[in-house]
Design a protein. Structure first.
Length: 293
């Protein structure tokens, strides 16, 4: 393998989102042809994922949920790894960003935050900074991706695993999240984040929710709230973000590869569930706002 593509791409999925992982793999086939793809999944899903991934990795049964992601250094079969959440689609080749990041032990898109914020999972940044005696908190929350070197990144993953074992030290009634644990580990050890034009975009970054997008044509651009017009390498369709748009892109790429009929019921059944979940969540948010909850 040439130096230019001396990396692999890793994702993880479960029963409820393996259809998303297939969509990600198909988009990578279009944009990153020749780059090895690996997937971590429950044993019973591996045969269904086999046509779309080069390397199949059974998940560890002693871990659950987000815990798997703080063991990526042990899971990955690659020395240089791009990790992507399953609910992403790729729109560009990664070679250019690899050239920028290839000497980093661990890096992800994010920022250094000195302001008070509460993560989605309850972590209070101000409390963490006071606890660690730091002025800036590494914040990759919501990124859903990373690049790391297997032989050098274990110091960060080891620290994140220690954070997990002592999680109550960083606040009360916290729900564990890999990105919060990794943010603490990176902050403690002086880790880096990528600040600048987006490697990864999200629908919530787009002004007026306007996105020019076609996964089969590898087109994705929008007017970003921070950086102006951007064309990210990947889009992250995180929970309840642009659900209908995401479903249409999945249908489009499954149709392009002529496998939509095989996955017809799974695609549309999941789509209905995602829309229902999004609608229910939006209604609950309005009720909470109305009643001041």
């Amino acid at each position: 393998m040439s130096d230019e593509i001396d990396y692999g791409i890793l994702t993880i999925c479960y029963d409820k989102d393996y259809i998303k992982a297939i969509g990600l793999a198909l988009s990578l086939e279009l944009t990153n042809y020749g780059v090895k793809r690996a997937v971590i999944a429950p044993q019973h899903l591996l045969s269904q994922l086999a046509p779309f991934f080069d390397i199949l990795i059974p998940e560890r049964t002693d871990l659950k949920g987000f815990e798997h992601k703080i063991y990526l250094d042990e899971y990955t079969p690659f020395e240089n790894t791009f990790f992507l959440d399953a609910d992403m689609l790729a729109f560009k080749n990664f070679q250019a960003i690899f050239k920028k990041w290839k000497n980093e032990k661990f890096i992800a898109q994010g920022c250094y935050s000195d302001s008070t914020f509460i993560s989605t999972f309850g972590l209070d940044s101000n409390f963490v900074l006071n606890t660690l005696g730091k002025e800036l908190l590494v914040n990759t929350s919501g990124a859903g991706h990373s690049f790391f070197k297997k032989s050098e990144a274990s110091l960060y993953f080891d620290e994140a695993r220690l954070v997990k074992e002592n999680y109550s030290y960083y606040g009360d009634n916290l729900r564990f999240a890999d990105e919060d644990a990794m943010n603490i580990a990176l902050t403690k050890l002086g880790g880096k984040v990528h600040e600048g034009e987006r490697f990864m975009g999200m629908p919530c970054h787009a002004l007026n929710s306007k996105i020019d997008i076609s996964v089969v044509q590898s087109i994705c651009s929008y007017n970003d709230e921070l950086y102006g017009v951007v064309s990210p390498c990947v889009m992250h369709f995180a929970a309840r973000q642009a659900t209908l748009l995401y479903i249409m892109q999945l249908i489009s790429i499954f149709s392009y590869y002529k496998i939509s009929s095989k996955y017809f019921f799974k695609l549309y059944f999941n789509g209905i569930n995602w829309i229902y979940d999004h609608t229910k969540w939006a209604l609950m948010q309005k009720l909470k706002s109305h009643f001041g909850m």
